[in-house]
Ligand binder design. Structure first.
Ligand code: HEC
Length: 139
């Protein structure tokens, strides 16, 4: 086999693998985006809130000072546990079964359900808590 043929084959092989790699990447990324959109849709339907409004609320009401919250820059508080994986939890604050209504109620008035909890009433409204809950459930 001549060198030229070998080089042509190599080039062909390389471009085929590059094409395959690109196709797989597109497929994986598209899957991730679809997954994320689905999770956001479910979280918003459950809570009747808007996840896109949550970020400034998490700062305004001090949540980010006490909790580490995924996707919120600077939210690295260690007073309470990290607010991640909440959609998979069984209990909220160890006292309420995990449902979207309970999540909203806890965020508004945790001491109503757990009188000795260190989490304070922050002054967040129910509507704002719905937005925050939508955000937290999609993570
Ligand atoms: C002063 C600190 C403080 C602030 C501010 C605070 N939290 Fe908490 N939070 C806690 C502590 C401590 C716990 C653990 C409570 C317990 O288990 O009794 C907690 C628990 C929680 C839980 C239950 C988590 C679980 O693992 O069951 C959620 C959800 C939550 N906080 C959300 C928020 C949100 C949203 C805000 C802002 C509106 C906020 N917190 C503000 C300290 C705080």
């Amino acid at each position: 086999m001549s060198d030229l043929k070998a080089a042509t084959r190599l080039t062909l092989l390389l471009s085929l693998s590059a094409g395959l790699f690109a196709a797989v990447t597109v497929f994986v990324v598209a899957g991730m985006i679809a997954d994320r959109q689905e999770r956001t849709g479910i979280a918003q339907a459950l809570t009747n809130g808007g996840a896109s409004r949550a970020l400034p609320l998490l700062r305004k009401f001090g949540c980010s000072g006490c909790h580490t919250i995924p996707g919120v820059p600077g939210a690295d508080g260690q007073v309470g546990g990290p607010l991640s994986g909440l959609s998979g939890r069984v209990y909220i604050g160890g006292v309420l079964t995990n449902s979207s209504d309970h999540m909203v109620e806890w965020i508004v008035a945790p001491q109503r359900f757990s009188p000795n909890t260190a989490m304070p009433i922050t002054g967040i409204t129910e509507a704002e808590a719905r937005d925050v809950a939508a955000y937290l459930y999609q993570r």
